[in-house]
Design a binder for this molecule. Structure first.
Ligand SMILES: Cc1cc2nc3c(=O)[nH]c(=O)nc-3n(C[C@H](O)[C@H](O)[C@H](O)COP(=O)(O)OP(=O)(O)OC[C@H]3O[C@@H](n4cnc5c(N)ncnc54)[C@H](O)[C@@H]3O)c2cc1C
Length: 416
């Protein structure tokens, strides 16, 4: 049976998929294979995870969650889903600083692609990694920890440096979050007050279809303290009177609790609940990350394409991400704004539009999300990443025979 990614828009071409039951078995598979790629929870929309040889899924490895309260870290088996980890952390009195919109994704897969949530002070999920254990091309394991020379190149690594079997993440004491949704924020007000809007809560997401004069929904997630009070009015938008889904026509039962009711961090930071389908399911996704300083201009540039975008779109989401120093992170070097598109499953029409979107955002040094759809052949991504050549050298040193190489890495000049 053909194995596809989560959304079904991509069928993996690798001839073999293995589900090792132990790290030893995984090591043997890698050591005896000419080509191997790690497969996470298959939530990426392109061929990034695919390869010409064996795909290794980590869902058969023994689950493991080890909390080190003194070091304030948790070490997990790399295929663990954030939702599973979050429940165990919360029960033990701990939390992560941030989560993506869905809890269904694997830790290693999310980290490998610089997956992010939203928040002026929230870095992407990879920035919480304090160490990882990688199985290299000869099957041997090596640990890389924060502070090592190659660490900043080894976290957002697109699967090019080996198979992560263990990931350590920073943790903090558990906390509660309240989620408020406001409707119909006027575009002009949002753009004129963008810094105030995005700093008004720990995590802010703006959902728009680019039509009309208003941003349809503003989702704001606030860590609850004694001074927390829901906002009645918010820059001309009004509080939603009922639970909402960001996509029109979908039952809001899929979404995490809103209406300012406080609850555990992991039940509010994602938009979607672990036991329900995230987003729509029948969809494609694209996202560009632009430097914070260019955000307003970049949003104007996308709005200028609204007549082409809107017919193909389910919804767009605008988020903020704090900068980091991870070489291939889409937030490397400074704060960024993510402009995300959830498309209808119109593969050919979306593919035809992507070059125009890339061209509109190119003046702003926009970095495409590694795990989503973007126009191939739009040119060299190297100029967007100051440490690109260092990463290539790291790949060449770590994997000289190209065991972890695939078409995606070769196409983008990242195969060492
Ligand atoms: C409904 C939906 C909502 C989403 N929301 C967000 C969001 O809020 N924010 C955001 O930034 N992105 C979002 N994404 C994108 C998603 O987070 C990324 O595509 C992420 O990489 C998916 O993780 P995965 O485990 O499915 O990885 P996969 O898609 O399986 O793999 C992605 C990459 O990770 C590598 N990889 C996986 N496991 C390992 C391992 N053990 N060792 C080394 N490399 C490994 C693979 O080789 C591949 O290169 C969303 C996707 C979907 C479908």
């Amino acid at each position: 049976m053909t194995l596809t990614n989560w959304s079904g828009n991509y069928a993996y071409r690798a001839p073999t998929v293995r589900h090792p039951r132990s790290v030893e078995e995984l090591s043997e598979i890698v050591a005896s294979s000419a080509h191997v790629r790690a497969l996470g929870s298959r939530h990426s929309f392109n061929d990034l995870a695919d390869g010409p040889g064996t795909l290794v899924a980590l869902d058969g490895l023994p689950p493991s969650v080890r909390i080190d309260a003194g070091a304030r870290t948790v070490t997990v088996s790399a295929g663990t889903r954030y939702g599973t980890l979050a429940q165990q952390l919360h029960e033990a009195g701990w939390a992560l600083g941030n989560l993506a919109s869905l809890p269904h994704i694997s830790v290693a897969g999310a980290v490998a692609t610089a997956t992010h949530g939203s928040g002026d002070r929230s870095q992407n999920l990879a920035a919480a990694v304090s160490g990882l254990v990688l199985v290299g091309p000869d099957g041997s394991s090596r640990r890389v920890v924060r502070g090592d020379d190659d660490f900043a190149g080894s976290v957002v690594a697109l699967g090019a440096l080996g198979i992560a079997v263990e990931v350590s993440l920073d943790i903090e004491p558990t906390y509660d979050v309240a989620q408020e949704v406001h409707q119909d924020l006027p575009w002009e007000t949002a753009l004129a007050n963008l810094d105030d809007v995005t700093s008004s809560a720990g995590s802010v997401s703006l959902f728009t279809d680019w039509r009309g004069s208003g941003i349809q929904q503003v989702w704001r997630k606030t860590r609850v303290s004694s001074s927390f009070a829901p906002r009645a009015e918010f820059y001309g938008s009004t509080p939603a009177a009922a639970q909402l889904h960001p996509l029109p026509g979908i039952d809001p039962v899929h979404t995490t609790a809103q209406l300012a009711s406080p609850g555990p961090w992991h039940e509010r930071l994602p938009h979607f609940r672990l036991d329900f389908t995230p987003s729509n399911g029948a969809e494609l996704q694209t996202e560009y990350l632009v430097p914070r300083s260019s955000a307003v201009e970049a949003l104007h540039a996308v709005r200028a394409l609204s007549d082409q975008i809107a017919p193909l779109l389910q919804v767009s989401e605008i988020r903020t991400i704090a900068g980091d120093d991870l070489w291939l992170s889409t937030a490397f070097g400074g704060d960024h704004v993510g402009i995300h598109f959830t498309w209808r499953p119109l593969d050919d029409l979306v593919a035809a539009l992507l070059p125009a979107l890339a061209a509109a955002l190119a003046p702003f040094a926009a970095r495409p999300h590694w795990g989503k759809l973007f126009a191939d052949g739009e040119g060299d991504l190297a100029h967007l990443y100051p440490r690109w050549d260092d990463f290539r050298s790291l790949v060449a040193r770590t994997d000289p025979d190209g065991v972890f190489r695939n078409a995606f890495l070769e196409r983008h000049g990242l195969s060492g």
